[in-house]
Design a protein around this ligand. Structure first.
Ligand code: MRU
Length: 330
């Protein structure tokens, strides 16, 4: 299975992080090497590496590379942490690295960089185990013949392994169940079309790509039985930030009486944010809307744009949360 594909790893000399450049998918599978905090921050902010858990993993591993190449810990951390604001996994992973760093400094018997590398790899391994568990719990909800809708990409390409929203899908397929996945294309950067449809079809999952504005019609035709989405930050009251458009899907699911599940690791839950109103929503450049994936102009130049990258789904619209600890119903 392509799920074994490693898309974020150290080079043998530890001086670079090799990551799959996701902006080139599905046309090209090309890896790039990141050798500084600046390069890591650029890769995250340009979405070469994206998806909340993978952002955290790449940040932790990227910090090790920056230190190996002589950068100062605090400066490198500051640069990487400011790459994107919404996914809490970014600061979560870097704060964990900082805690490990101060522990290591107390004990003179260890070479800091080796221990830090171990910590970063542990974050990656733990995420893979977490995703597996999300898959095992979530797959129990999937029955033969179902239609499942997902939005954006919360799959293998967004995590250490397996994905979050796609983990139940992979686990159910491995258990021999037969169902169909509908993938929203996910404007403006098309993570659903370019990434979700890509990895699901590569794994022989029955996948149908739809435009974002088609979900209501499919639901009205009883083609969707369940929705699985990922999350970038879940507030203490359960309000959930995820890719822009998730809220619209949740409203539709409520209207049509379709279960709507948020899948994510506990590292995406942020108790510092009391409600969704406390979550900072990233706003990106208008060129992502006025041109098709940076290439072809699709709107008159000079038109006003508004391009929030995420929205917040209020907890009342969420049926339950699937984490490494199980299914927590609202
Ligand atoms: O802008 P992106 O592509 O990083 O947005 C990704 C999402 O919104 C995912 O659903 C979320 O990060 C969860 S990934 C397991």
């Amino acid at each position: 299975m392509m799920n074994d594909w490693d898309i974020c790893f150290f080079t043998d000399d530890g001086r670079a992080l090799r990551v799959l450049d996701q902006t080139l998918l599905p046309e090209q599978e090309r890896f790039i090497e990141l050798r500084s905090s600046e390069a890591v921050a650029e890769a995250i902010s340009r979405l070469r590496v994206r998806g909340a858990p993978l952002i955290g993993i790449a940040a932790a591993m990227g910090l090790c590379v920056a230190l190996t190449n002589g950068e100062d810990f605090d400066e490198a951390k500051r640069r990487i942490v400011s790459a994107r604001p919404t996914a809490v996994n970014l600061s979560w992973a870097l704060n964990r690295m900082e805690a490990a760093y101060s522990e290591i400094k107390k004990s003179s018997s260890h070479t800091p960089i080796e221990k830090l590398r171990e910590e970063a790899l542990l974050i990656k391994q733990e995420d893979a185990k977490t995703c597996y568990r999300i898959g095992q719990f979530g797959s129990q909800l999937i029955k033969d013949g179902m239609g499942i809708l997902t939005h954006c990409n919360a799959g293998h390409l967004a995590t250490g392994h397996y994905g979050t929203a796609l983990a139940p899908i992979y686990a159910a397929a491995e258990a021999g169940r037969r169902f169909r996945v509908y993938a929203d294309e996910t404007r403006p950067l098309l993570q659903g079309a370019r990434l979700t449809a890509y990895e699901l079809t590569r794994n022989n999952i029955d996948t149908t790509l739809i435009c974002d504005n088609m979900a209501a019609s499919l639901m009205a035709q009883h083609k969707i039985d369940m929705v699985f989405v990922g999350c970038d930050r879940v507030a203490a009251n359960g309000d959930t930030a995820n890719k822009i458009g998730t809220l619209a899907v949740a409203v539709l699911a409520k209207h049509f009486g379709i279960p709507f599940y948020v899948c994510g690791p506990l590292s995406s839950f942020d108790n510092q944010c009391k409600t969704g109103a406390d979550i900072v929503i990233e706003e990106r450049g208008g060129e992502e809307i006025t041109s098709l994936h940076y290439l072809k102009p699709m709107a008159p130049s000079g038109v006003h744009t508004f391009n929030p990258s995420f929205d917040v789904t209020p907890h009342e619209l969420i049926t339950g949360y699937i984490t490494e600890q199980g299914i927590n119903k609202n």
